[in-house]
Design a protein around this ligand. Structure first.
Ligand SMILES: C[S@@+](CC[C@H](N)C(=O)[O-])C[C@H]1O[C@@H](n2cnc3c(N)ncnc32)[C@H](O)[C@@H]1O
Length: 160
């Protein structure tokens, strides 16, 4: 698979999972959405469309979002996510989406040492996690793949 094909597969899987969560009403009634890795803000704009009534808190080491849709200043948490997201432990988030994979196995392995714990501790019971990196954690139960998700290496989980 070319890198272009794999990028498109990843983006399709990401969008399909988020749409599936929305269409099937999988979010618990209360709780914020945490967007881990704002980047250009494309996923942020999709989350805003799907969940307009939710607070969406975004994390990145820099502000790189497109100017047409910036998060509220109080909802942008700048810095190293391994440190900043820990403030949200116990915050009972309804959804955490993490798109911070690099495609370099050694770098991703280091992120996977802290990301599952950060995600699980921010989520409410029955909250949903969506991630491009595997989240191996005893309280995160992987949900059944959608047709596009294996190809795109994206997965989603419910917190027990
Ligand atoms: C692949 S991009 C996210 C793309 C995003 N989904 C979009 O729609 O544009 C990953 C982003 O996460 C940020 N990032 C990755 N690891 C990080 C870390 N450990 N701390 C802070 N920011 C991080 C990068 O700066 C980058 O902007």
């Amino acid at each position: 698979m070319s890198r272009l094909d794999s990028f498109i597969a990843r983006m399709s899987a990401q969008r399909d999972i988020l749409n599936h969560i929305h269409q099937n009403g999988l979010l618990i009634e209360e709780g914020a959405v945490l967007e881990i890795g704002l980047g250009n803000g494309r996923t942020y704009s999709h989350l805003r469309q799907l969940f307009p009534e939710r607070r969406i808190v975004v994390f990145d080491r820099q502000m790189g979002a497109h100017r047409t849709l910036l998060p509220e200043p109080e909802d942008f948490i700048m810095g190293e996510i391994s440190e900043t997201a820990r403030q949200f432990a116990g915050s009972n988030a309804a959804l955490v989406h993490a798109d911070i994979g690099t495609g370099y196995p050694d770098k991703d392995a280091m992120v996977m040492e802290w990301l599952p714990d950060v995600v699980a501790s921010a989520l409410a019971k029955n909250g949903i996690a969506v991630s491009g990196l595997r989240l191996d954690h005893p309280s995160l139960i992987q949900l059944t793949d959608l047709p596009s998700t294996k190809l795109g290496s994206y997965q989603f989980y419910r917190r027990s």
